[in-house]
Design a binder for this molecule. Structure first.
Ligand SMILES: *[C@@H]1O[C@H](CO)[C@@H](O)[C@H](O)[C@H]1NC(C)=O
Ligand SMILES: *[C@@H]1O[C@H](CO)[C@@H](O)[C@H](O)[C@H]1NC(C)=O
Length: 209
């Protein structure tokens, strides 16, 4: 037989009070500690202040842009991007890089993923992407727009990169940040479909992190 020992409500109240006191003390020192760490990280961040990576378009070629009667397009686009990390003390891990092309706000290729890579301080890398579109639906005005551009002699193509990156400072690596790159290529419109539309100008792209 066991004896059941019951505490009086008074005991319990006392104990709870002590626990509360301990919790408060612990909570206080913990938040102070956390605050100190956060301010330190913020300070380091302010001092180093990573600059956005810079992208530019080295070349773009449109090999195919075929529109069917039912407003579906097949497209073949090849491009080379130059990517530069302007920071002296910050490296960049590119974890996700998805590229696609659009024309007059309409997507004309599938998204292509580029392999993830690490970019050291002040490093420049060339990224090549093969973008293909297969039976992509577009607005009925698409053919008319392309025809008009052909008469003007200029084809304006937008190339977009959607990605995730992490900053590396010394041995510390940040969390993931989304970034978007927007490049506008103006291609002289002459020969499609008999030859590719090409541009070799070094268009600078805008980047948002
Ligand atoms: C695209 O269209 C052109 C002519 O309009 C044709 O010669 C070419 O074979 C077509 N390409 C594909 C892959 O359908
Ligand atoms: C797109 O490609 C498919 C398969 O190769 C073909 O059946 C279709 O006719 C093509 N569309 C155009 C507009 O060339």
């Amino acid at each position: 037989m066991s004896k059941v020992h019951e505490k009086s409500p008074k005991d319990c109240a006392k104990k709870r009070f002590n626990i509360n006191k301990f919790h408060k003390k612990f909570f206080f020192s913990f938040s102070t500690f956390l605050l100190a760490i956060l301010s330190l990280v913020f300070l380091v961040w302010l001092i180093l202040h990573p600059k956005k990576p810079q992208f530019s378009l080295k070349d773009v070629n449109i090999y195919q842009l075929n529109l069917s009667d039912s407003n579906l397009i097949n497209s073949t686009v090849r491009l080379t991007l130059s990517s530069n990390n302007p920071n002296k003390k910050v490296g960049i891990y590119y974890d996700v890089l998805q590229v696609y092309a659009s024309y007059k706000s309409q997507i004309i290729t599938q998204e292509t993923s580029l392999p993830p890579f690490y970019q050291g301080n002040e490093e420049t890398n060339l990224l090549s992407a093969a973008l293909d579109g297969y039976q992509i639906p577009v607005a009925p005005s698409f053919g008319y727009e392309v025809g008009r551009d052909q008469r003007i002699g200029k084809f304006v193509l937008t190339l977009k990169v959607i990605g995730r990156l992490r900053w590396k400072v010394g041995t510390w690596v940040s969390g993931r940040y989304r970034f978007n790159v927007n490049c506008i290529a103006i291609l002289p419109f002459n020969s499609i479909p008999s030859g590719p539309l090409s541009s070799k100008q070094g268009t600078v792209c805008s980047t948002i992190v």
